[in-house]
Design a protein around this ligand. Structure first.
Ligand SMILES: Cc1cc2nc3c(=O)[nH]c(=O)nc-3n(C[C@H](O)[C@H](O)[C@H](O)COP(=O)(O)OP(=O)(O)OC[C@H]3O[C@@H](n4cnc5c(N)ncnc54)[C@H](O)[C@@H]3O)c2cc1C
Length: 354
């Protein structure tokens, strides 16, 4: 084991799209920096998503700074195309991503930070946490009440219909993942979808144009979380391109919230029960910041920050949902927050040097 201490101006934790976009700007500002990535391969988050996944953002709105997403701009790229794009992006701009380097702890030391990764210790003046908005799968407590003969998996472990061998299948969760997985499974399985809280459905295309064209053209995608419209939209998830009616037409049976489970049955809030063979929990994710030893996490485990800047000087977050705008956690807009943070880091480093 090598215990050497490596020094940098900036360490980015996480080599997904947020970490790479920031790396692009830090390189241009001549910072000495590195990107520590837990996974053994680039674009890990995308590679782990289901096989048939297609972006809900067209290629035109899925590029990082300096390199548009390749191909026809109005198409919806596949999961593998995104993984390839991010891999090429890091290579093209020679971004210093260190794979297999999960950060285990981050603590303040003097006016900077100490970062302990798998086999090395690092020091830096600034650290940016870009570990992604979707980290720990969340499953409701009722899952523990189901008999072991019921197969249970979280949406993050779902890959393809052929892996689901026992039915009927209930998909729990009315977000984009729940709707898309239920739709895919409906071609070959008896599928039920349980929707606890309805998300506002938006069509993918309106009058021949993609939804994101309108969000971009009207400026809505860049409205800040503090603006009047931002306050109304933030925290509300939207369902893009899926509708309950269309799902019903494909044979999916709709249920309200799953409130209880017992043996091989799931019970819903309308009093009905269903015997199931498989449950797919499309019930979301939480963050995991237990490794950060600095007063920047609230008592619900969420980062405390203002547009990514924390009260701990030199410690930042990037890629959070609604970090600043609706686009903050999206491929095509994370560059806005990345550029902003690169500017903040540059300013504070210069101020320190004065
Ligand atoms: C199913 C699904 C579909 C989506 N579709 C779209 C879409 O169509 N268009 C769009 O723009 N967005 C989409 N998104 C949203 C968003 O673009 C992705 O979630 C994206 O992966 C977020 O990028 P990120 O860099 O912030 O985080 P991630 O991609 O999650 O990257 C974070 C990286 O940090 C690493 N990491 C975590 N912890 C540590 C640690 N302690 N030390 C070191 N490394 C660590 C992880 O291994 C990971 O590689 C989708 C999200 C999901 C879940």
């Amino acid at each position: 084991m090598d215990n050497a201490t490596d020094r940098y101006d900036v360490i980015i934790v996480g080599g997904g799209q947020a970490g790479l976009a920031l790396g692009y700007f830090l390189f241009r500002l001549n910072f000495e920096y590195t990107i520590l990535e837990a996974a053994a391969e680039p674009a890990a988050a995308w590679r782990q998503r289901w096989d048939s996944l297609r972006l809900f953002t067209p290629a035109r709105y899925s590029g990082l700074p300096g390199q548009p997403f390749p191909g026809e701009p109005d198409r919806y790229p596949t999961r593998d195309e995104v993984a390839d794009y991010l891999t090429d992006y890091a290579r093209r701009f020679e971004l210093p991503v260190q794979l297999d380097s999960r950060v285990r702890s981050l603590s303040q030391v003097g006016s900077g930070y100490e970062v302990v990764a798998r086999d090395r210790t690092y020091r830096a003046d600034a650290v940016v946490v870009a570990t992604g908005p979707f980290q720990q799968p969340v499953v409701p407590p009722i899952a523990a009440q189901l008999d072991p003969e019921v197969r249970q998996l979280h949406s993050s472990d779902y890959r393809r219909p052929e892996d689901i061998t026992s039915g009927p299948v209930v998909v729990v969760g009315g977000g984009n993942s729940g709707f898309q997985i239920a739709e895919e499974l409906a071609a070959t399985h008896e599928v039920h979808l349980s929707v606890g809280s309805r998300q506002k459905p938006f069509p993918q295309r309106i009058l021949g144009r993609d939804l994101f064209w309108y969000l971009d053209a009207t400026g809505l995608i860049r409205k800040s979380a503090e603006s009047r419209i931002g306050r109304r939209l933030a925290g509300k998830d939207t369902l893009i391109g899926s509708r309950p009616r269309a799902l019903r037409r494909r044979g999916v049976r709709m249920h309200p919230r799953a409130v209880d489970a017992n043996d091989t049955e799931v019970a819903f809030s309308d009093g009905t029960k269903l015997r199931v063979g498989t449950v797919v929990w499309a019930t979301g994710f939480s963050g995991d910041y237990s490794w950060i030893e600095a007063p920047v996490i609230d008592d619900r485990g969420r980062p405390i920050h203002q547009r990514g800047v924390t009260r701990s000087p030199g410690l930042y977050f990037l890629g959070q949902t609604w970090q600043h705008t609706r686009g903050s956690a999206l491929l095509g807009w994370v560059k806005d927050d990345a550029e902003y943070l690169a500017g903040v880091i540059s300013e504070s480093t210069r101020a320190k040097a004065r």
